[in-house]
Design a protein around this ligand. Sequence first.
Ligand code: PLP
Length: 351
Amino acid sequence: MIPLSKPILSGAEKAAVLRVLESGMLAQGSEVAAFEEEFSNTVSNHHCVAVNSGTSALHLGLLAAGIQRGDEVIVPSFTFAATANAVSLCGAIPVFVDIDLDTFTLNVEATSDAITERTAGIMPVHLYGHPAKMDALSELANRHGLLLFEDAAQAHLAKYQGAPVGTFGISAFSFYPTKNMTSGEGGMIVTSSDEVARKARLLRNQGMEKQYQNEIVGFNNRMTDLHASIGRVQLALLAERTERRREIARLYDAQLQKVITPYVSTDVFHAYHQYTIRTENRDSLAAHLSKNEVGHGVYYPTPVHELPSFGLPLELPETTRAAKEVLSIPVNPSLSDEEVETVIEVVNSWP
Ligand SMILES: Cc1ncc(COP(=O)(O)O)c(C=O)c1O
């Protein structure tokens, strides 16, 4: 089977973990600090606060930015549930709006229409590694005095109009094993605000900056040095691996037939966390890929507002259509040229 996604781990991660084990310092320490500093170089030197997952980065980032009980935060429904879960975990209300079917990201007009007196934030998701329309969303957030919070879990190194995603507002990245880089589990809060960064650091560590002098009520959402040491190795290889993703995407763009290949706005640098095609006969294509041992996945089959955890009777037509038509095919940088050719041949031989 040609794998849909696969973390690429080498001797370097093993050596890094062993170095930490041998140091005897396993919890948050110097490796985490170095990882934060190195990640900061990829996001215009903004503050970086490492935590134990992308979900924690969303949750603590929102809390640090001041989101509180009863606030409304506008989110897409076509995303992983963690986006909306983080809002709910703050006691706030996720307000689900529709996407643009071409980029699978927040529709700006629908976002504008959803703003009420209780709206406190807008939370675009750079789904599959394609940035949301950050110029229009930034303008909207500024005009209404709202928090702009980027869910950049899938978009390491992606850019919008030349600027790295994660630097338009406060943002959260994920380092889950299937992401473009991993730390095992992990996440990063990114912000240009000293105050938000300090609050996020307090929240991840029981509300303490100095030991046993807890300033606020906080969590234990720290990243360990073991995880950070893996993240550092992966980060050093991220640019090269992103280029390989983009190279595979260009081959697919040029050669795939019978399916709608991903639209890429001229404003963006796409990080291709997923290469996601669309077809009305998605299930037939998925069965054909399975039969020919090509990995594939549907991200996401159920819009978040329809999940039992939210269960809201909303009409979001583009979201519904995307959930029925999308299919992701392998774009991970471990693929050989032969495997890429096989994927193309199998898709094109779909009857
Ligand atoms: C869009 C999106 N948001 C948030 C998350 C949550 O990240 P994590 O799994 O690291 O908690 C993920 C990843 O799974 C994601 O894809």
